[in-house]
Design a binder for this molecule. Structure first.
Ligand SMILES: [Zn+2]
Length: 298
């Protein structure tokens, strides 16, 4: 469960009590892959068949069709029918996901329902007492700001305040606005995919590594390397991209501690059309949602 230490509107600074660890939030889960095995982080995520000694580890059990054997705590299997699917299929997917979740009441679960906000809300209400919920189709949602805002705010309102919300696949540019909607966990999948495509991430941009002349970053990879070295090492590029995430979530948390979060949110939004669109929709159309978490001025 999440211990909430401070709010800035719906954004939460918290501590997630997971196993015997205290994970500061907002945060990201580091996806364990051959490229990230040596990178240290607060918490890791891996598919259930991965052999790793990394702890604390959150296991993702994949889709129901994968017939995973449920063992330690993790995110339960879900339908995995997809995002842009016909309504009937999305409804059947939600029912499958919920039927399996009912067998494992203490586990994390997936909020399913494709591109249909009412189905997502229905699914979230049925899972509202879980300690951890994962929002399916995160990277697709991040490309559609209106749907993203509609679905995330409806899910946030449908579940308990101290349920940890995890949205996989988010690009760094959207992390502040997602945190503003009450998302607590992201992951490193976007940063890893960007490195595999040869993209060097900064807080505001994504540059093709084969065209950068200098490294505009002082992380431990960049300070001791050169653009040439990064061009020749996917491992180093992955590490730099993940260190960017580390810096970003650290800054989000610090801005929440110092009541400077809105300033950070608005300045980050100017660098991404999707983040700006999501923030505008929140300000213009989700006033009640935002107001609910803003203390009244006496
Ligand atoms: Zn760097």
């Amino acid at each position: 469960m999440l211990e909430i230490l401070a709010h800035s509107g719906p954004a939460r600074l918290g501590i997630w009590h997971y196993t015997d660890k205290k994970i500061p939030t907002p945060n990201f889960l580091l996806n364990i892959t051959p490229l990230t095995r040596r990178i240290e982080h607060d918490i890791y995520i891996a598919p259930h068949r991965t052999h790793t000694s990394r702890e604390p580890l959150l296991v993702h059990y994949g889709t129901i069709a994968g017939r995973a054997r449920i063992g330690r705590f993790g995110i339960l299997p879900y339908s995995g029918f997809g995002f842009d699917i016909p309504r009937e299929l999305a409804e059947a997917g939600v029912e499958e996901t919920l039927a399996l979740a009912e067998l494992y009441p203490g586990y994390g679960a997936v909020v399913d329902g494709g591109r249909y906000p009412d189905l997502r809300e229905h699914c979230a209400r049925k899972l509202s007492r879980r300690a951890l919920l994962c929002i399916a189709g995160g990277s697709k949602l991040c490309q559609r700001p209106r749907l993203l805002v509609e679905i995330v705010t409806r899910i946030r309102e449908a579940v308990k305040p101290n349920t940890v919300l995890y949205l996989p696949g988010a690009p760094p540019a959207l992390m502040p606005v997602l945190a503003y909607m009450g998302v607590d966990l992201f992951d490193s999948s976007h940063a890893i995919r960007a490195a595999l495509r040869g993209h060097y991430l900064t807080r505001h941009e994504s540059y093709p590594v084969d065209r950068i002349k200098e490294l505009p970053c002082s992380c431990r990879v960049c300070i001791s390397g050169s653009a040439e070295r990064l061009r020749n090492s996917t491992n180093l590029l992955v590490k730099h991209n993940i260190l960017q995430l580390l810096e970003l979530v650290g800054e989000i948390r610090e801005s929440l501690r110092h009541r400077r979060f809105i300033k950070l949110l608005e300045s980050c939004a100017t660098t991404s059309p999707h983040a700006m669109a999501a923030l505008r929709i929140l300000y213009r159309e989700k006033y009640t949602f935002l107001e609910k978490y803003t203390p009244a001025i006496p």
